[in-house]
Design a protein. Sequence first.
Length: 107
Amino acid sequence: MGAGERAGRAAGRAEEARHGSAGDGAAEAGGPEVPAGASSGVHCRLDELLVERGLTLTRLSELVGVSLVNLSVLKNDRAKAIRWTTLVALCEALECEIGDLLVLRRA
């Protein structure tokens, strides 16, 4: 791999970091596919935590560096995967534990 190719890949990763990549809230390859409209059984309490803390989704996006689109996917329980770094950043910004943000839906 030449220096130009490495620089191009680094630029792509930087772009993902600024705007949020598909892995920040959308499906990532390798996991089981959840049919459209089906629930994973996990509920993201992002709405409730934002209200409790007086934050907007836009402000949270600025704080954690995740796109509004990907935060919306999480908020509306449409995420199929979440990166550990995103999960940690959300919990730090919201001053909560992972279990405060993600809960199992009971039938």
